[in-house]
Design a protein around this ligand. Structure first.
Ligand SMILES: NC(=O)C[C@H](N)C(=O)O
Length: 375
């Protein structure tokens, strides 16, 4: 039967996922300078840990090669800012990042920062840029205290002598995570002199160095030389809710189907049969869904299968209450990959369909249903 292999693959992903407890495995520890904060650097791979024989290569290099100790030692300036410990969590290109590693990262960060006996002042995650926003968003909505988690990557491999942005990005990430003004801002993304809120930030250009942006809310801070500043006092995204994943051992499979002119989302039923626990539809425009797709969508939703309607445009909102789309949950301002991750988290926490809808739509809906003059 054609579906046997994928079903087996999904079962083995679940079996391989992390247990609820995680242990530190620190393989690099800097000399301690009294008075400086202490950072935990969780290295996962990506171009920031990439290597190439050519100094000019920004396309065909290998991601996830350089180890955490070498990454840290390549930037001795880090030790003027902070004491640092390094742990290698994975060393892979981020397009291959399994959910189990992301779950482990949030557990490690919460243990390092938020546990009663926590000794770290900040966490920096080095990560490939292709899915960096997915991990950063996950950290943002699962962090249980006000200390900073900064996720950082690079577009040019760390070994490129000409114009690699890896070393400076790492320094700027550690500088940001070490700064007291970074508290109470959730998870942050730092690259190329700019600080962006993980909730809204995303990769916007496939090739260029200057790629992370949150086009509507904008950057919240910047680095001038090695000094950080913020444009405003600390604030959290209006639509953000946080979730405790400490007892979660696996994130359920949620798939994304891509929208285009006239699609009937013909893969929807196959995806459900293949074991997905939810689906995000990357709709066109503001999450519009072709009429040809509504029959199968409504039938799946009537059986209790959760479907989130997002926008493939990435910037802007799929708005709740859109006529004809009631069977789907509106993703609001979350792009498809962030909608997928939020749905995975809600399903992992055994939320009901009403609770899932409320988590996606509730806060945006309260703004949209505001009556002038009410409080
Ligand atoms: N610039 C990068 O990091 C791209 C790489 N494919 C990754 O995400 O790991």
């Amino acid at each position: 039967a054609p579906l046997a292999a994928p079903l087996e693959a999904r079962a083995s992903t679940l079996a391989a996922s992390s247990s609820s407890n995680v242990d530190f495995n620190i393989t690099y520890s800097s000399n301690r300078t009294e008075g400086l904060p202490t950072m935990l650097i969780l290295a996962t791979g990506g171009t920031i840990a990439g290597s190439s024989a050519s100094n000019l290569d920004s396309t065909t290099y290998q991601a996830g090669v350089v180890g955490v100790g070498q990454l840290i030692q390549a930037v001795p300036e880090l030790l003027n800012v902070s004491n640092v410990d390094g742990m290698q969590v994975s060393n892979i290109a981020s397009e291959s990042m399994p959910d189990s590693v992301v779950l482990k990262l949030t557990k490690l960060a919460n243990k390092a920062l938020c546990a009663p006996n926590a000794t770290f002042d900040g966490v920096v995650i080095t990560h490939g840029t292709d899915t960096l926003e997915e991990t950063a968003f996950t950290m943002d909505v699962t962090l249980q205290c006000d200390k900073p988690v900064v996720v950082v990557g690079a577009m040019r491999p760390s070994t490129g002598r000409l114009s690699s942005n890896s070393p400076n990005n790492l320094l700027q990430a550690v500088t940001t995570a070490s700064h007291p003004a970074s508290r109470n801002r959730g998870a942050l993304i730092v690259l190329n002199d700019r600080v962006c809120q993980a909730y809204y930030c995303e990769k916007t250009q496939a090739n260029t160095v200057d790629t992370f942006d949150s086009p509507e809310p904008g950057y919240i801070g910047a680095l001038l030389s090695d000094k950080l500043f913020y444009y405003s006092t600390a604030a959290q995204p209006t639509f953000k809710q946080t979730f405790d994943l400490s007892n979660v051992t696996a994130l359920p499979d949620v798939d994304i189907l891509y929208g285009y002119q006239g699609t009937d989302f013909g893969l929807l039923n196959a995806t459900i049969a293949d074991g997905a626990k939810g689906v995000v539809l990357a709709g066109t425009g503001a999450g519009s869904i072709p009429a040809a797709a509504l029959h199968d969508i409504d039938a799946a939703a009537a059986k209790g299968f959760p479907l989130v309607r997002s926008s493939k445009i990435n910037v802007g909102a799929a708005v709740p209450g859109d006529a004809g789309y009631d069977s789907m949950i509106a993703g609001g301002l979350l792009n498809p990959v962030k909608s997928r991750r939020l749905l995975q988290i809600l399903l992992a926490l055994n939320k009901t369909n009403d609770e899932i809808r409320d988590a996606f739509e509730g806060k945006l809906d309260s703004y949209l249903s505001y009556k002038p003059g009410s409080s």
